[in-house]
Design a protein around this ligand. Structure first.
Ligand code: GDP
Ligand code: IMO
Ligand code: MG
Length: 420
């Protein structure tokens, strides 16, 4: 019996979905614990690409139960589209469960997200505009609508009250847009998602643990987007770190065993906010091109840069990471030198920690250069045949990060994954 957590150590899109799908055979249950349709988790096998936003990445493994935990915010419209896609593929979702305590994104939440971003102007967060922030605000403000409310007689009244409250706020923003059609679609989607079993996830997990089931909590976003420990205010509105799995599922902290930290062999960020190792030059463009760095949810171009060790060490510590998965190593082929950020120059000093004001333009990354390699890694199947320079890169990172890199990913396909 154990709860393992798998999560991103950077700004999201590290390749979490691919690894969750890959390791899902070792587990009885895969569970999402936070975030919502701002996430886009890509899984590729049999030449088919699947992008999941709300549904856990264990769904392609028939034997696994998939749980959408109470910490997730759910847009019924996105979720019902995901269900329809599964139906077309002939994939059964009898094994999908949703916590009654998960909050619902209602149509006006998305408009509030947009209105808030417009009001922020230059300072906008670069939100995915999926209504995530406003929905979590209603949760903490104790105004939210939850999955369990669907089963209650006053559901429509609760929906109307919350919508009216939002209309008032939107009028203060001077925001005018019709949403009657959205509402009709939303209620249709509610009917569809009723096909999923609603559960009390805290009891579900209590029972699973009693029956010695293996559980994997699947993180969304990444540590540097965590509401408390990320690059605030340029973050998402949930706790993306390992402790979030306890709140977002209803499992006690002493049940967590392994924490797998997923990171790219370089670094990307989509949306606004500080990114100390960002490359605004041809090297950055080369990473973006070779890595096909476009957002899985919004299609926006991802900003690219070198790997940042102080930020990774911070993430490893906060999450209690026990092992690492390095993704997209294949993308680094063909770089003569690979730079690794080992510290920052800040206020005339060399520091190893993330300063409070990361937006300070005077922070400069300090790099060391390692030799690159030209070999194509995407066909590798064993760690015995790694190019020497690539092996040195792995050993260097392991020594610095003091955690084993147990999985190396060398391409987007499920098969392009190597255990060490
Ligand atoms: P997630 O949000 O963490 O699940 O990651 P995304 O799916 O948003 O983004 C990762 C992208 O990289 C997807 O397009 C994946 O198909 C792709 N990908 C994952 N692992 C690898 C890899 O090792 N090499 C390459 N080239 N692409 C990868
Ligand atoms: P996955 O799970 C990358 C970013 C947005 C924006 C900020 C806040 O696929 O890794 P939000 O819509 O949450 O209010 O946006 O967070 N963001 C992500 N970036 N991957 C994600 O998820 C993200 N989810 C949110 O771009 O900068
Ligand atoms: Mg993603």
């Amino acid at each position: 019996m154990s709860l393992d957590v798998l999560l991103g150590l950077q700004w999201g899109d590290e390749g979490k979905g691919k690894i969750v799908d890959f390791v899902s055979k070792k587990y009885d249950i895969i569970a999402r614990f936070q975030g919502g349709p701002n996430a886009g988790h890509t899984i590729i096998f049999n030449n088919q690409k699947h992008i999941l936003h709300t549904i856990p990445s264990g769904i392609f493994n028939e034997k696994v139960k998939n749980v959408i935990g109470n910490g997730v915010v759910i847009d019924p419209v996105t979720l019902s589209t995901e269900l329809s896609k599964l139906e077309k593929l002939g994939i059964n979702y009898q094994n999908l469960f949703i916590s009654r305590k998960a909050h619902l994104i209602i149509p006006t939440h998305k408009h509030l997200d947009r209105a808030s971003e417009i009001a922020k102007g230059e300072q906008k967060i670069g939100s995915t505009l999926r209504g995530i922030g406003p929905t979590y605000m209603d949760k903490t403000g104790r105004n939210g609508l939850r999955i369990g409310d669907i089963e209650l007689t006053d559901f429509h009244e609760k929906f109307k009250n919350l919508t009216n409250k939002h209309k008032n706020i939107l009028s203060q923003y001077n925001y005018q847009e019709r949403f009657e059609d959205d509402i009709e679609l939303w209620f249709k989607a509610i009917e569809k998602i009723k096909q999923i079993k609603f559960i009390d996830s805290e009891y579900f997990f209590e029972d699973a643990i009693e029956h010695k089931q293996q559980i994997l909590a699947e993180g969304a976003q990444g540590t540097l987007l965590d509401l408390d420990f990320g690059t605030y205010p340029f973050v998402t509105s949930s706790n993306t770190i390992s402790s979030g799995a306890c709140n977002g599922l209803g499992v006690s902290p002493n049940k967590i065993k392994n924490v797998v930290g997923v990171f790219k062999a370089y670094c990307t960020r989509v949306g606004n906010g500080p990114f100390i190792t960002e490359l605004k030059n041809t090297l950055g463009q080369k990473l973006a091109k070779q890595g096909h760095e476009f957002g899985s949810t919004t299609g926006r171009a991802r900003r690219c840069g070198w790997i940042d060790l102080p930020a990774l060490k911070y993430a490893i510590n906060i999450n209690g990471v026990t092992e690492l998965s390095m993704m997209k190593a294949d993308v680094l082929s063909g770089f003569e030198k690979i730079s690794v950020c080992t510290g920052y120059k800040y206020n005339g000093k060399i520091i190893q920690h993330l300063p409070y004001d990361l937006d300070d333009q005077s922070i400069e990354p300090i790099y060391i250069e390692l030799d690159g390699w030209d070999e194509d890694l995407s066909k590798l199947t064993s760690i015995n045949t790694l190019p020497k320079a690539f092996e040195n890169y792995i050993l260097f990172l392991e020594k610095e990060l003091k955690k084993p890199i147990s999985i190396i990913s060398v391409g987007p396909d499920r098969k392009q994954t190597i255990f060490r």
